[in-house]
Design a protein around this ligand. Structure first.
Ligand code: HEM
Length: 409
C-alpha cells in the first residue's frame, strides 16, 4: 500500500504522474492511519463522482465501516454533529432538496450583479496596501483572503468584523489531518454557537435581504429544512467561501510572478484574464483531493476492484494533469483548451460557488495587475510554505514586494 511522499504538500504532481502510469486507482494509507482508494485518472474520476454506489453521508453504517469506526460512533469524529447535515454530507434524493434551496442565490444573474461590489472591495483593499509604507506585504492575508471573505460575509449577512475568528476555525476544520480532536471540537463548537446566535438574532430582529434570512424563511416550512440543516448549510458556505477562492488567487499570483513578464503582460489586457484563470484552475486548482466518499458496492476501475464499504478519494489535481486529456499537462498554458477539467468537481456535488469564484478571481487579478504592474515575489519559490492539507492546495503566505524591488534570490 502506498503512502503520501514527504514532499506531497509542496508538490503532489510528480507523485500523481507516477500513480497514473500504473493505473487509475491505488490503495493508500493516509497520515491519519485511514486506508483509502485514491482515484487519479480523469475518466475514472468522472465515473466515481457520478457513480450511484459511491456515497457521502457520514452518518450511515457503511460509512462507519469504511472508516473503521464502531457502530455507535456519530460518524463525524470530534466535529459538532449539528454542523454535519450539509450538502457535501448528503446523497440523492435528500441532496436535491437541500441544493434547490440555495441554487437561486448563486444563479448567474445574481452573481453578475455582485461585480460592482467585488470591484469596490478589491480597490479598497489595494488602497490600503498602497498606503502601507513598508513596500512588502503578505498578499494572501492582505488581499486574497479578505476579498472573498468580505463578499461571502455580505452575501450571508454576517458582520465582516468576525472574519479573523472564522479564519482560524475554518483552518482547523479543513486541516483535520493535523488538528487534534480537542482543537476540532473547540472550533466546531464555536462555529455552531456562533451561527445559533446569529440565527436567533435574525429571527428576533426580523429577516433582511441576505442568504441567512432566505434560509430561515425556508426553514419555517419544516418539511424543507431542519434547524441542523440550516446551521450546516451556512457553515458549509462559509468554509467553502474561506478556503478556496483565496487559494485560487494566491496560486495564480505565485505562478505569474515566477515568470514576471507574463504577469506584466496582463497590464492593460484584462481580456486575457478569464482564460488564464481557467487554466490556473486546471493547472494548480485550490481543491487537490475531493471530499471523502465511500463505496457501498464493489466497483471496478481498470484492473482494480474497489470492494464495498471502503473510503474513496478523488484526486482532482491528478485528473487535471491526465495526459490523455491535456497534452503537456504539467505546463501552464493559458492558450490551451481547459474543457472538461475537474477543479470544481463533477456530478450532483459540482461546486455551487463556481460562478462566484470565477468572478472574484478575475476581478482580483485584473485590479492587482492594474495597480501594481511591477509586483515581485519577496522570497524564492523553494521557500514558499504550502498548507498541510490533503484537501486544499494553497500557500500559507505570499510575501511580495510592491514596487518592483529586486526579489531576494
Ligand atoms: C476557486 C474556488 C472554488 C473551488 C476550486 C471549489 C471547488 C469545489 C469542489 C471541487 C467541490 C466538490 C467537492 C466534492 O465533490 O467532494 C465544491 C463543492 C461546493 N462548493 Fe466550491 N469551490 C470554490 C469556491 C466556492 C465558493 C466561493 C463557494 C460558496 C460561496 C463554494 C461552495 C460550494 C458548495 C456549497 C459545495 C457543495 C455542493 C454540493 O454538495 O452540492 N465553492 N467546490
Amino acid at each position: 500500500m502506498r503512502q503520501l511522499p514527504q514532499d506531497f504538500f509542496r508538490s503532489p504532481y510528480a507523485f500523481y504522474e507516477e500513480l497514473r502510469a500504473e493505473g487509475p486507482v491505488h490503495a493508500i494509507q493516509l497520515n491519519t492511519g485511514v486506508r483509502a482508494w485514491l482515484v487519479v485518472d480523469l475518466d475514472a474520476a468522472r465515473e466515481v463522482l457520478r457513480h450511484p454506489a459511491i456515497r457521502k453521508d457520514p452518518h450511515t453504517d457503511a460509512s462507519r465501516e469504511a472508516r473503521g469506526l464502531p457502530a455507535d460512533d456519530t460518524g463525524v469524529g470530534a466535529v459538532n454533529t449539528r454542523i454535519s447535515y450539509h450538502l457535501l454530507n448528503t446523497d440523492p434524493p435528500e441532496h436535491a432538496r437541500l441544493r434547490r434551496l440555495v441554487t437561486p442565490a448563486f444563479a448567474p444573474v445574481r452573481i453578475d450583479a455582485l461585480a460592482p461590489r467585488v470591484l469596490a472591495i478589491a480597490d479598497e483593499l489595494l488602497d490600503r496596501i498602497a498606503a502601507d509604507d513598508a513596500g512588502r506585504v503578505d498578499l494572501l492575508s492582505e488581499y486574497a483572503f479578505p476579498l472573498p471573505i468580505t463578499v461571502i460575509c455580505e452575501l450571508l449577512g454576517m458582520p465582516v468584523a468576525d472574519r479573523e475568528d472564522f479564519r482560524e476555525w475554518s483552518r482547523v476544520v479543513v486541516e483535520v489531518s493535523t488538528a487534534t480532536p480537542t482543537e476540532i471540537r473547540h472550533a466546531t463548537d464555536a462555529i455552531t454557537d456562533y451561527f445559533e446566535r446569529l440565527i436567533a438574532r435574525r429571527r428576533a430582529e426580523g429577516l433582511g435581504d441576505d442568504l441567512v434570512s432566505d434560509l430561515i424563511a425556508a426553514n419555517s416550512d419544516g418539511e424543507r429544512l431542519t434547524d441542523d440543516e440550516l446551521i450546516s448549510m451556512v457553515f458549509l458556505i462559509m468554509v467553502a467561501g474561506h478556503e478556496t477562492t483565496v487559494n485560487l488567487i494566491g496560486n495564480t499570483v505565485l505562478t505569474l510572478l515566477l515568470d514576471p513578464a507574463r504577469y506584466r503582460a496582463l497590464h492593460g489586457n484584462p481580456a486575457a484574464v478569464p482564460a488564464l484563470i481557467e487554466e490556473m484552475l486546471r493547472y494548480n486548482g485550490p481543491v487537490n483531493v475531493a471530499t471523502l466518499r465511500y463505496s457501498t458496492a464493489p466497483i471496478t476501475l481498470g484492473d482494480t476492484e474497489i470492494p464495498a464499504n471502503e473510503v474513496v478519494l478523488v484526486a482532482l489535481g491528478s485528473a487535471n494533469h491526465d495526459e490523455r486529456h491535456f497534452i503537456d499537462a504539467a505546463r501552464f498554458d493559458p492558450e490551451r483548451s481547459t474543457s472538461g477539467h475537474l477543479a470544481f468537481g463533477h456530478g450532483v456535488h459540482y461546486c455551487l460557488g463556481a460562478g462566484l469564484a470565477r468572478l472574484e478571481a478575475r476581478i482580483a487579478l485584473t485590479r492587482l495587475v492594474e495597480r501594481f504592474p511591477d509586483l515581485t515575489l519577496a522570497v524564492d519559490d523553494a521557500e514558499m510554505r504550502w498548507r498541510e492539507s490533503i484537501l486544499i492546495r494553497g500557500l500559507q503566505d505570499l510575501p511580495v514586494d510592491l514596487a518592483g524591488a529586486p526579489a531576494l534570490r
